[in-house]
Design a binder for this molecule. Structure first.
Ligand SMILES: Nc1ncnc2c1ncn2[C@@H]1O[C@H](COP(=O)(O)OP(=O)(O)OP(=O)(O)O)[C@@H](O)[C@H]1O
Length: 266
């Protein structure tokens, strides 16, 4: 610790400012990534433990007041334990972050006008199907794949390879139809599977009173960059889940705008 304090005497003020700005930007990015997700309370708990541990270590270093067993525990067990625990606890968030870094530059370079038309068409088809289903109070759950592959989830349902036509989407969710339970997966503008089982979210703070259809919609967006559109059978309310967040009360226009923007490569 004294070594670190000694070393800081030689650092120029400009470097210190750059250093602080870079660290602040990294924290801002991390907070943006986890905001509104179930990682927030965990992160808060870890931050409290980390700050208390570092404060105790500083006290042990600069005062003659020493608790050797606690000092040993903090230095040898608790702080190294964080290095192992953090990737395990934040695996979905880290995975999403790495995917964003890996895809944002290359994917946008490949983005062309024909893709814009396809995205608009897909957004129109989904919006039409979802608003018709909502008007008739028919429950629906549509997951749109982006960068993260959803092959494992598609395997839980019935494979289809069909155009994401609004009529077909609506017919899949008709009550008593063989595939109306579970989620439809759309990949590259096509329906690839129906009746799929999604991972369920545990984030009851975001979900409130909503049931398993919404839990499933939120769950798939916690472990992937997919977008999930849900129609509540009970209320006809249209909701959209993305990045572990859930937005509700979509009108036709708002859904169309949202999907067109969200389906564009980041
Ligand atoms: N793991 C899952 N993956 C995909 N779909 C699921 C999953 N679990 C439940 N569902 C779907 O959710 C339906 C049950 O929805 P439930 O009524 O519990 O949810 P809800 O969020 O309250 O929605 P609603 O407002 O439509 O009632 C099931 O019939 C099934 O289609």
């Amino acid at each position: 610790m004294t070594e670190v304090i000694g070393r800081t005497n030689h650092i120029s003020p400009l470097l210190s400012v750059i250093d602080i700005l870079v660290v602040a930007a990294i924290f801002y990015w991390i907070l943006g990534l986890v905001k509104g997700t179930r990682a927030v309370p965990v992160l808060r708990g870890l931050a409290i433990i980390l700050v208390s541990s570092v404060a105790l270590l500083i006290i042990f270093q600069i005062t003659p007041f020493k608790l050797r067993a606690l000092d040993f525990l903090l230095q040898r067990a608790l702080l190294p334990g964080f290095v192992v625990a953090i990737p395990v606890i934040f695996q979905p968030e880290l995975r999403r972050a790495l995917e964003r870094i890996g895809t944002s530059t290359t994917f946008s370079a490949l983005y062309s006008h024909s893709e814009t038309d396809e995205i608009t068409k897909l957004a129109q088809n989904i919006t039409k199907a979802v608003t018709d289903l909502a008007d008739r109070r028919i429950g629906a759950l549509i997951v749109i794949e982006r960068e993260t592959g959803l092959e494992d989830i598609a395997d839980t349902g019935t494979r289809i390879d069909a155009c994401a036509d609004p009529g077909l989407l609506e017919s899949i969710f008709m009550p008593n139809g063989p595939l109306h339970d579970g989620a439809v997966i759309i990949s590259r503008g096509r329906i690839v599977a129906a009746g799929c089982v999604l991972p369920l979210s545990e984030n009851m703070r975001v979900l409130g009173e909503r049931g398993t259809r919404h839990r499933a919609a939120l769950g798939v967006t916690e472990t992937s960059d997919a977008i999930a559109v849900v129609v509540s059978e009970e209320t006809g309310v249209i909701s959209v889940a993305q990045n572990g967040r859930l937005l509700s009360n979509f009108t036709e226009e708002r859904l169309m705008r949202f999907l067109t923007a969200a389906l564009k490569p980041s």
